[in-house]
Each structure stands twice: as structure tokens, then as C-alpha cells.
Design a protein around this ligand. Structure first.
Ligand code: NAD
Length: 493
């Protein structure tokens, strides 16, 4: 699927609680298409009473539906069916995702939808793989640890990959036997509802997977503070993550997984093999989804001897990108999510130039598109000082800062970031150097001679420092949805 007509897309709105749509709420939020800034629907904002209804519904389903107590292989079978339904629903899901997000429909169709389905499948396979352990006790006793679900997991997700981010949360939580209340971003609320419909069709009991709509300050805050929530899992900005962590501490010391922001370096040494290919990787890592990716490789550190040639190549690749709406065939530079976010990008770029820290090599302007969305040209900033705000702040747009280095040690020094540690890339033919880099850099993920996640769900993702706590993906995310009870039995008589 390459394109679609946005006027033909009908969305169902509301909350999804206990297996049915609920469209109540005094306040509504308009939802706009970032591609042309047209409001195409609205969602009700769940207040504390609606959040309570959703959580209590989930708690009741957890207690009575048999989801946590059913044979784990049966739970896995239902989740595999859920994954199959997601995959076969791609023609509905892809435009639904693309219309209100920044994801070009073709990318959603061939990438995000199958990836979402496979993520659910991956976690289905864990359902019967973690029951607990027998402890090495004195033989007068039998000691056990029993792995149990938390009950209700509250999941809060961002707007940049709505389906994929939802699957990383609901997959492990459901497979572990939990009920879920998911609050998607108020900017991209609809594809999650379709997921909830498909879960019901697959046989997930009503109330086990609920979706509530609303903003962060009303709905999100009430959800994470609800006493019926056993665990919180969040993906979004570092400042929101900090607020959520505080709210979890204040409302019953809930465990929390936080996948947060980043300012990830891509380090290119002169010995990197295939500089054309390395340039392509670097360019893609900051321009895909118009840079609105948590692991965007936003800081290029390149060895001085190749810097000019290398950055020229990136500039050429940037010039080949085609700005356009998510529903148009051939779009490779989608819009920025909102006018407000585009203005934020412009302000950081302007400030970094005005303060003397950066020189614009290309971009730093809006792209010309025949629609009123906010399109921003891929931008390269040559930076002299690491104090420059474009180097320090997460921009969340297609802005690449370039710094040069002369030695391995200097590259290491520049690669670290005082606040973030989400991901890092190193491009070199020297294995020892790559491994030294991987050891030294403070980052949750290091990519060597590649940049970006693979389709290997087993590799966890998560940040160091202000980039987060805990992991999505991998075995870690499944285990983070379980708590362990210790049981000691006297068998001496
Ligand atoms: P955001 O923090 O503004 O919002 C994320 C979600 O949190 C939304 O659903 C929002 O409604 C909700 N929210 C806001 N305030 C809240 C509060 N006080 N309590 C509860 N919920 C609240 O982030 P965003 O703008 O949607 O997404 C972009 C950010 O997400 C970037 O910083 C990006 O790096 C990060 N991100 C990280 C990862 C990762 O895996 N580390 C992946 C994707 C995005």
C-alpha cells in the first residue's frame, strides 16, 4: 500500500473499556492530521472518574476472566491469533496509523504493522517460559519463587510510532497474564483502539486490554496515580518520565519502566569501510520519520581527515528526500508532528546559530509542500563547541550537528552526553577500537557499523542516565511484567 485518500478514512473514537466503546467526557481534544493540519476527529478526555472506571474494569477482568490463571499455552495461542489478526488487518491499520501520525503509509504497511504483529508473537512465546524457581534451601524445606503478574499494568505511549510503541508495552504485559490500561498520545489516539478491537476478536477477554483517551496532565496523571494500578510502563520525554516516576512514588511506590529521550552520537572514523554506505546510514539515522525517533543519531562526530567529503555525501542524500504527506506515494520526508514542535526545532536551530556555536551547512528552513503541514528540511549544523544548545538538547527533528575529532580519545570525549545515554553508533574497520568504544560509552545500546534496531526482538532496548530505567523488548521486558513471591515450605515431618 503506497498511498490513500485521507478523506475516505473513518475513525472510531472514544475509550475502549471492558470490550466496548465508551464515548463520554465533558471535554474533548481535537485531533489533527500533521500532514495538512486539518482536524479530522476528536477524543474525549478521560477524567479521574473515567480512569477509575477503566482501571476497576481491568481489575475485575483480571480477577474473574481467567486470563492470569489459564494455561499459559492457551494465553499464548490467543496472543498469536491477535498477532495474525493485526497482520491481516494491515490495509485498515496502515492508513489509520498514517493519517494522524508522521509515518508514511508505505512504511507502516511494510514495516510498522508486521513489526507490531511480530512483537506480540515474540511475547506470546514467553507465556510459559517463566514460572519461577526452586531455591537451594536446607533439605528440611522447599523454597520456591513464583512469578506472578502485577494485576493491572498502566501503559503510556508517545506519538512517534503509535502502533509499535503500544505493542512493546502490551505484548509482554499480556503474555505475563496482566490486564492493561493503555493511554496512547492524544495526538495519535486511534490505531490503539483498532488494536483493542482485534484483541477482543482474537479471544482476549473483555477488560483485559483497555484503551483510554486524554492528555497527560488529566488522564495520564490520574492513571499512573490510581491505586488499582500495579505497575507503570512509559515511553516519552525525559521530563514527563521524571514526573511519572514522582507520581508513582507518591501513590504507592509503584514499579515503573521508563523509555525516554536521547541525543545519540554517531562516530565515524576515517578507516570506516565503505564511506558511501556509512554516509547513507548516518543520513537515514537522522532523517527517517523526520528525525522524530528516540534513537535518532543526531550528533555526527567525524574524523577530521574525511569530514568534508563525508558531510558532502550526507548533504547530497538529504537533498534527495521528498517532503510530502504520509498518504502520498514516494514521501520520504514526512511532516513534523505539529506546528508547535516545528517552531521548537526552529528556535533551537536559531538559538544555536545566534549564540555563535553553530553554522548552517544546509536546511534550517521549511520544506516546500503544497499542504499547510509543518515540513522541515533536513539540516546540517557545523558545531565548534559542545556547549551549543543544538548539541545538548533533544531536538526531535531532522537536525544533524557535526563535530570533528583528530584522535580516538577525543572522539570518546565528545561522544558522551552529560544527561542522555540512549544509543550510540560507531563506524570503523578496527574491531578493537569498536569494542573499546562499546565498553566506554555510557549508552543503553551501541551499534557497530550499523545504526538502528534490527528485527531481533530478543535484544532489549533502554537508556542509561536520563534516557530511562528498565528495558523494552527482549526477555527483560517480559520479566519486568512479573513480580516474584517467595514461598518456604517446612517438609521436615
Ligand atoms: P511526551 O512525554 O510529551 O508524552 C508521552 C505520553 O505521556 C503521551 O501519551 C502524553 O499524553 C503522556 N503524558 C504527558 N504528561 C504526562 C503526565 N504528567 N503523566 C502521565 N502521562 C503524561 O512525549 P512525546 O512528545 O509524545 O514523545 C516524544 C518523546 O518520546 C521524545 O523525548 C522521545 O525521545 C521519546 N521516545 C522515547 C523512546 C524510547 O524507546 N526511549 C521511544 C519513542 C519516543
Amino acid at each position: 500500500m503506497d498511498s490513500f485518500n485521507p478523506m475516505e478514512i473513518r475513525v472510531r473514537t472514544g475509550h475502549f473499556i471492558g470490550g466496548a466503546y465508551v464515548d463520554e467526557g465533558q471535554r474533548r481534544i481535537e485531533v489533527a492530521r500533521p500532514s495538512d493540519n486539518v482536524a479530522y476527529s476528536s477524543v474525549p478526555v478521560a477524567d479521574a472518574a473515567m480512569v477509575d472506571r477503566a482501571v476497576e474494569n481491568a481489575r475485575a477482568a483480571f480477577r474473574t476472566s481467567g486470563w492470569p490463571s489459564m494455561a499459559p499455552r492457551e494465553r499464548a495461542r490467543i496472543l498469536r491469533r491477535f498477532a495474525d489478526l493485526i497482520e491481516s488487518d494491515a490495509r485498515t491499520l496502515a492508513p489509520l496509523e498514517a493519517i494522524g501520525s508522521t509515518r508514511p503509509v508505505r512504511d507502516v504497511f511494510v514495516g510498522d504493522v508486521p513489526f507490531t504483529a511480530e512483537g506480540i508473537r515474540f511475547y506470546a512465546e514467553f507465556a510459559d517460559k517463566a514460572g519461577g524457581e526452586v531455591a537451594a534451601t536446607n533439605h528440611d524445606h522447599l523454597g520456591l519463587t513464583i512469578a506472578e503478574p502485577y494485576g493491572v499494568v498502566a501503559a503510556i505511549t508517545p506519538w512517534n510510532f503509535p502502533l509499535v510503541m503500544a505493542s512493546w508495552k502490551i505484548g509482554p504485559a499480556l503474555a505475563a497474564g496482566n490486564a492493561v490500561v493503555l493511554k496512547p498520545s492524544e495526538m495519535t489516539p486511534f490505531s490503539a483502539l483498532r488494536l483493542a478491537e482485534l484483541a477482543i476478536a482474537a479471544g482476549v477477554p473483555p477488560g483485559i486490554f483497555n484503551v483510554i483517551q486524554g492528555d497527560g496532565s488529566t488522564t495520564g496523571d490520574a492513571l499512573v496515580r490510581h491505586h488499582g494500578v500495579g505497575k507503570v510502563t512509559f515511553t516519552g520525554s525525559t521530563s514527563t518520565g521524571a514526573a511519572i516516576m514522582a507520581a508513582c512514588a507518591e501513590s504507592g511506590v509503584k514499579p515503573v519502566t521508563l523509555e525516554l529521550g536521547g541525543k545519540s552520537p554517531q562516530v565515524v572514523f576515517a578507516d570506516a569501510s565503505g564511506l558511501d554506505e556509512a554516509a547513507r546510514r548516518v543520513a537515514t539515522a537522522i532523517s527517517s520519520n523526520a528525525g522524530q525517533v528516540c534513537v535518532a543519531g543526531s550528533r555526527l562526530l567525524v574524523e577530521r581527515s574525511i569530514a568534508e567529503r563525508f558531510v558532502d555525501r550526507i548533504e547530497r542524500l538529504f537533498s534527495e528526500l521528498r517532503a510530502g504527506p504520509t498518504w502520498r506515494s514516494g514521501t520520504t520526508l514526512p511532516p513534523i508532528i505539529s506546528e508547535r514542535q516545528a517552531q521548537r526545532i526552529e528556535s533551537i536551530v536559531a538559538r544555536s546559530v545566534a549564540e555563535g556555536g553553530a553554522v548552517v551547512r544546509c536546511g534550517a528552513a521549511r520544506a516546500d509542500v503544497d499542504l499547510p503541514g509543518a515540513y522541515y528540511l533536513p539540516t546540517i549544523l557545523d558545531v565548534a563547541s559542545e556547549q551549543c544548545c543544538a548539541v545538548r538538547e533533544e531536538i526531535f527533528g531532522p537536525v544533524l550537528t557535526v563535530q570533528t575529532f583528530d584522535s580516538e580519545e577525543e572522539a570518546f570525549q565528545l561522544a558522551g552526553h552529560p544527561d542522555y545515554g540512549l544509543a550510540a553508533g560507531v563506524h570503523t574497520a578496527d574491531l578493537g577500537r569498536a569494542l573499546r568504544f562499546a565498553r566506554r560509552i555510557e549508552a543503553g545500546t551501541v551499534w557497530v557499523n550499523r545504526y538502528g534496531r534490527s528485527a531481533d526482538f530478543i535484544i532489549p532496548t533502554g537508556g542509561y542516565k536520563g534516557s530511562g530505567i528498565g528495558k523494552d523488548l527482549g526477555r527483560d521486558a517480559f520479566e519486568a511484567n512479573l513480580r516474584h513471591k517467595s514461598v518456604l515450605i517446612d517438609i521436615s515431618k
